[in-house]
Each structure stands twice: as structure tokens, then as C-alpha cells.
Design a protein around this ligand. Structure first.
Ligand code: EPU
Length: 423
């Protein structure tokens, strides 16, 4: 168990390069199951969630060689059709293995996936199951496992009654090897979905419309080898932009795609936070005063729920009140209690809405990271605060941000990691 010790108050400067997108890589890895040939993935982030995903892939039957940010994967001829609970329970994205295994072998068994608890109940997978059924699969629940079987998956029409990122990606991947045409409606439009479709199309899949609400997949018998560069992580990009604005630091963010965080930049433009963009960089020139601005999280291209917690920290430094409306997850605002402990003035209206009154002076405290995005938000708050903040449970940060302390130190942040002995 390790802890981050953060000393606040320093102005940051310099450049920070964005890593490959976690939420793109977590789909590209299981998509390898659909291909009989060797695939090469570049720009793979070196984070816990990716290691877990590769571990699960190896467990079902794959040879994997990973060197720095490049990974080669060759799937075995015969793969296991059961996801090992000890591995699958460790991360929500284990659900991404289900569709490809079903498409390749005609059957799959798995426990309910683990991962961050972001809602009142376990995160549901009803849309995935409905979609598989629409493709002709039979779904059963027995002895703590879902069991799904399909002699031959058939193309179908499926309408998502709730927009789901991983649901869209799962059914899109599964339909690649189904017979006939699948039409998915009311799909999520996140850039990671388009990235997955681009990758599959490079290997011979026939997917049209990814990145729009309607995706049409024409089934093919097999797909071949591929090489793919993981797209830059837009949530890291937005998080570093917020970090710069909150600490009033001029920072250049490189190896990113600014067009993927237009919703944040459009708000910055109204708040007096200056920025310049190039094709793969973003420079933030913070103003002295930040204007408050209400946000409502929304599916892409709206304001991402994954930036809500860092944005809440930023609003503690704005001059006035902002309403933050979290529409996707009903537990994601609970972390704001930690900001209150640090000195923020935040009123919780209901589980989905808070009002943040700024500017507030923040003070260092001893806290534990509740989840990935709240964890990085606490680091930003700690860098803004006066005094020392001790952040425990940093697994919940490191599983999504590669070498975060080292990269922030390179910007001049006073953050160190100390190990604690388990006696
Ligand atoms: N939902 C259902 N039924 C389902 C699936 C989802 O009701 O079968 C609901 C969820 O409960 C939620 C809503 O649909 O209220 C949207 O959830 P979605 O399925 O879109 O979320 P996800 O696909 O599980 C991905 C990212 C999340 C990100 C969300 C929203 C991955 C691996 N995860 O989750 O990322 O917050 O989309 O953009 O891609 C993170 O990186 O910290 C993270 C949580």
C-alpha cells in the first residue's frame, strides 16, 4: 500500500505528454480475440487496468509480448470460454471480453464484472444481455455465472434504451462475425468507439457509422492481423487542462487531440481561461480569475462524467457559484465531501446535483482516493491547497494514470509516493 504526499501551492510549468487512452485500449485488447492472426498495439498505457486486461486475455489463451508501450498479441487456436472470476472481478471492462468470446466460440460464461462502484447498485449489464439475445443467443444465470450460448449469431436491429459506451462497443464487436447485417441505434458516440471501429475495419470488418447514433455492421467470416496506435486519452488531456487552470499555471499538453475535449474548451472560453490549440497540442494560459459555469454531464460530445470531479475542484476556485449536475452516475458527487473537508464550500442538493461556491481556500488533509477520477481530482485539490495532503488508496489513481507522480513532478509539482509496510 502506497500513499501520495502532496505539498500544495507551487506554480507548475512546462510540458506534459498524454498517454494512450485507457478506455480505448481496454476494448482493443479483447477485440484481438476476433482475429486469428497476430496483432500489434502501439501507444498502450502502462497502467493497472491494462495489465489486468492482458492478464485476463492470457488466462483465456493468448501469447502476449509487451515492451514499453508496444504489445503483440497472438490468440491461441482454442481459447477458454469461461472468464476466471478472480480476474474478471477486478475490473469492469472485463465485460468487453464477453462479446468477442461468444462471437468466436459460440459460448461464454462469466461473473458479474467488478470495477468502481459509481451508482447505487452494481453497474448493470442488461443492455449487453438483451443485445446478445437479439442476435439469437440464449442467456442463463446459474451458480454465480452468466452462461451465454449461440450456435450462430445472427445480425439484428437493436435500440439502446439507455446510451451505453461499453454496450455499444460490445454489440459492435460481437456483430463483426455474426451472419447478415446488424443495425445498432441510439449508440454512444465517444471517440473510443470510432477508434475501435477503425481498428476492426483495418482488419477486414465492415462497420459503418461509428461515432454517430446509428452503426451498421455487415458480418464477415473472419478478420485478419492488424497494427494499431491507441488514440490519446481525452480524459487525461482534459484533466491536465483543468490542473493548469486550477493551479494558475501555464502548461503545454502534448500528444493529445484537443478536438476530443471541445465541451471543456468551450466552457474555458467563457470562464476567462485562455488556451491555444494545435493538431496534437493544447497550451493553457490561465487568467487570474475564473468565472463560474454550470455543467451537466452528458454523453459525448457533451461534458464527460469522467471530467466532472476535476471540474468540481476547478469551480472551488471560481468567483461565484456553479451548479454541477451529474446525470450519468449517482455516486460520483459523493467525493465532494472530501473537498468540503479541505475547506471547499459545497452544498449537496441531491445525489445528482451540487452547488460549489467559490473561491475557497483549500487546506491539506489526510484522505483516501474513493475512485479513479475522484482520486485525480483530490491530487489537483491538494496542489491548489495550502499545506500537505496525504492521499491513501492510490491504487485507485494509478490504475488509470501512468506514472502520475513522476509526470506531475516534471511540471514542478511537489508530490511524492511513499510505501507503507503491511505489518
Ligand atoms: N447502463 C445500463 N445498462 C447497461 C449498461 C449501462 O443501464 O447494460 C447505464 C449505466 O448504469 C449508466 C449509463 O448506462 O448509468 C451509462 O453507462 P455506460 O454503459 O455508458 O458506461 P460504461 O460503458 O460502463 C464507460 C467508461 C466509463 C465512463 C462511461 C461514461 C469504459 C471502460 N468505461 O463506462 O469510464 O464513465 O463510459 O462515459 O469505457 C472511467 O474511465 O473512470 C470510467 C468510469
Amino acid at each position: 500500500m502506497s500513499t501520495f504526499i502532496v505539498q500544495g501551492g507551487a506554480k507548475l510549468s512546462g510540458e506534459i505528454a498524454v498517454k494512450g487512452a485507457k478506455n480505448a485500449a481496454l476494448k482493443i485488447i479483447p477485440a484481438a480475440i476476433l482475429s486469428a492472426d497476430k496483432i500489434t498495439i502501439n501507444n498502450l498505457p502502462n497502467i493497472e487496468d491494462i495489465s489486468r486486461s492482458l492478464e485476463l486475455l492470457q488466462n483465456i489463451g493468448a501469447s502476449i509480448s509487451r515492451h514499453k508501450d508496444v504489445c503483440e498479441i497472438q490468440i491461441d487456436k482454442n481459447i477458454k470460454t469461461e472468464l476466471e472470476p478472480k480476474l474478471a472481478n477486478k475490473f469492469r471492462a472485463s465485460i468487453m471480453f464477453v462479446g468477442p468470446i461468444l462471437a468466436r466460440t459460440g459460448e461464454v460464461s462469466f461473473p458479474h464484472p467488478g470495477g468502481c462502484v459509481l451508482g447505487a447498485a452494481q453497474r448493470p449489464i442488461d443492455l449487453f444481455l438483451e443485445g446478445f439475445q437479439a442476435m439469437g443467443a440464449a442467456v442463463a444465470w446459474q451458480d454465480g455465472f452468466y452462461h451465454i450460448k449461440a450456435a450462430k449469431l445472427k445480425g439484428c436491429e437493436y435500440f439502446f434504451t439507455t446510451i451505453s459506451v461499453t454496450g455499444t462497443e460490445s454489440l459492435m464487436m460481437t456483430a463483426v462475425l455474426a451472419s447478415g447485417t446488424t443495425v445498432l441505434k441510439n449508440c454512444a458516440m465517444e471517440p473510443e468507439i470510432k477508434a475501435l471501429a477503425d481498428y476492426l475495419n483495418l482488419q477486414g470488418a465492415k462497420i459503418q457509422g461509428a461515432g454517430t447514433p446509428t452503426i451498421v455492421i455487415t458480418g464477415v467470416d473472419s478478420i485478419t492481423a492488424g497494427k494499431y496506435d491507441i488514440i490519446p486519452d481525452r480524459i487525461e488531456t482534459g484533466t491536465f487542462a483543468i490542473l493548469a487552470a486550477a493551479t494558475k499555471s501555464s502548461i503545454k499538453i502534448t500528444r493529445c487531440n484537443p478536438s476530443h475535449i471541445e465541451s471543456l474548451l468551450a466552457i474555458f472560453a467563457k470562464q476567462g481561461i485562455g488556451f491555444k490549440t494545435g493538431p496534437d497540442w493544447l497550451q493553457i494560459y490561465p487568467g487570474e480569475f475564473i468565472k463560474p459555469y454550470n455543467v451537466q454531464t452528458h454523453e459525448y460530445p457533451g461534458f464527460p462524467t469522467d471530467l466532472q470531479s476535476p471540474y468540481t475542484v476547478l469551480m472551488t476556485q471560481a468567483r461565484g457559484s456553479s451548479l454541477i449536475h451529474e446525470t450519468i452516475y449517482d455516486r460520483r458527487l459523493l467525493f465532494s465531501d472530501m473537498l468540503t473537508q479541505m475547506g471547499a464550500d459545497i452544498i449537496m442538493c441531491d445525489p445528482h446535483r451540487i452547488v460549489v461556491n467559490g473561491p475557497a481556500k483549500l487546506y491539506g488533509r489526510k484522505l483516501a482516493s474513493p475512485d479513479l477520477r475522484a482520486g485525480i481530482a483530490i491530487i489537483i485539490a491538494a496542489l491548489v491547497a495550502e499545506g500537505t495532503t496525504e492521499i491513501e488508496n492510490i491504487y485507485q489513481i494509478e490504475r488509470g494514470y501512468e506514472d502520475i507522480d513522476g509526470r506531475l513532478r516534471a511540471l514542478g509539482a511537489d508530490i511524492k509516493k511513499i510505501g507503507t509496510l503491511n505489518l
